[in-house]
Design a binder for this molecule. Structure first.
Ligand SMILES: *Cc1c(COP(=O)(O)O)cnc(C)c1O
Length: 366
């Protein structure tokens, strides 16, 4: 038996989804009201599903204020497939290096894949400092000749988040927003490409949202495998082969919730900030009992990574928090410690309960 509470799911991913969305999903598994069939058995070639894809695209455009010059695609393979598809498309045959920032675990994965496809230059690395901070503008010497600049807006493992747009306006910006997409407004038109899998902030695993400006495909190789060619998916309006109908539908429900219940990304960002402030305040007022991993200026509003004075205390923290109904608080296997992820679906009251638990735990063990 367990006593975990879904309200208190602080998992790094797949992440918590809003309760009202989960209720609609439950109903859709039996039958989507306007169709009469289970979402698990509706044809991807139906008019209804084409309308789902269209509405989801429209909702994302509305939420981000994205212009018509960008395509909105729903692909498979997760962010990991984008780590390869991007350099296959934009770097093959190039002589000047693409620029990559190495700010944490996930950007390390991205640059390892890019290296297979062409020249890259690591513009800045936080590896020697255990990825505890992000670079300042003064530390970034961008080249005007790079085919593109790649970075990750939120390092999910270490809990580091950029609060500004990087790069030069004359070099295409490519950004992995997997763990903070639709958590705040983002000046989407300034990026040549944004990609984000669904399973941290906006839905279940299985679908990856890719926004890309048409002009970046102009020199892309023509001889790519069909499935790995963005042009195939653009032409097929994201229904090139059987797409993950269920995952796409859930992401649609989340975007409806963002638009109608939350009232847009400005409000979502304000709520996400309140949750994060609560936990960071708990760290900062703990007399160094809770030790934040990230440099204060670079703290993520999505993932709060921290340590306790000893591994034993961390173990006890995880055991006692699980007994109190909390889940997903174990840090990523690469760095250990504790991580509280505060994705869109996690409520303010859940963050308050965790802050309360942390205060009590410190009192008993500090
Ligand atoms: C989780 C994560 C990934 C990995 O995504 P997959 O969909 O599992 O391939 C990539 N980038 C970031 C920023 C992540 O948080």
């Amino acid at each position: 038996m367990h006593n975990l509470s879904n309200r208190l799911n602080f998992s790094g991913g797949p992440g918590a989804l809003p309760e009202t969305v989960l209720q609609q999903v439950q109903q859709a598994i039996s039958a989507v009201p306007e169709v009469g069939l289970s979402i698990l058995g509706i044809s991807h070639r139906s008019d209804w599903f084409a309308a789902v894809v269209q509405e989801l695209e429209d909702n994302i455009r509305t939420l981000l204020g994205l212009s018509k010059g960008s395509h909105v695609l729903f692909l498979q393979g997760g962010a990991t497939q984008q780590f390869s598809m991007i350099p296959m498309t934009l770097l093959r045959g190039k002589t000047s290096p693409a620029e990559y920032l190495h700010t944490g675990y996930w950007s390390g994965k991205a640059l390892a894949e890019a290296k297979r496809e062409g020249p890259i230059r690591v513009l800045w690395s936080g590896e020697a400092n255990n990825f505890d901070r992000l670079p300042t503008d003064a530390e970034l010497d961008y080249s005007p000749d790079a085919p593109y600049l790649h970075y990750i807006s939120n390092e999910t493992v270490e809990g580091l988040q950029f609060q500004r747009v990087l790069g030069r306006d004359d070099v295409p910006r490519v950004c992995d927003m997997s763990s903070d997409f639709l958590s705040r407004p983002c000046e989407a038109d300034r990026y040549a490409m944004i990609y984000a899998h669904a399973q941290k902030n906006i839905g279940p695993a299985g679908v990856t949202v890719v926004l890309l400006r048409d002009e970046i495909l102009k020199d892309a190789p023509e001889d790519m495998p069909g499935f790995l060619n963005y042009r195939s998916h653009i032409k097929a309006h994201s229904i090139y082969n059987t797409p993950p109908v269920f995952s796409i539908y859930v992401v649609l429900l989340v975007t409806r919730w963002l638009l109608n219940d939350m009232g847009g990304l400005g409000n979502m960002a304000a709520l996400n900030s309140s949750k994060a402030e609560l936990l960071y305040r708990t760290l900062d007022q703990s007399d160094n009992f809770y030790r934040g991993h990230a440099n204060i200026a670079d703290r993520s509003l999505m993932n709060v990574s921290f340590n306790l004075p000893s591994k034993d205390l961390e173990q006890r923290f995880l055991q006692e928090s699980a007994a109190a109904g909390f889940s997903g608080l174990g840090g990523h296997r690469s760095i250990g410690g504790i991580r509280a992820s505060l994705y869109n679906g996690l409520t303010l009251s859940a963050a308050e309960e965790l802050a309360g638990f942390m205060a009590e735990f410190k009192k008993a063990n500090g």
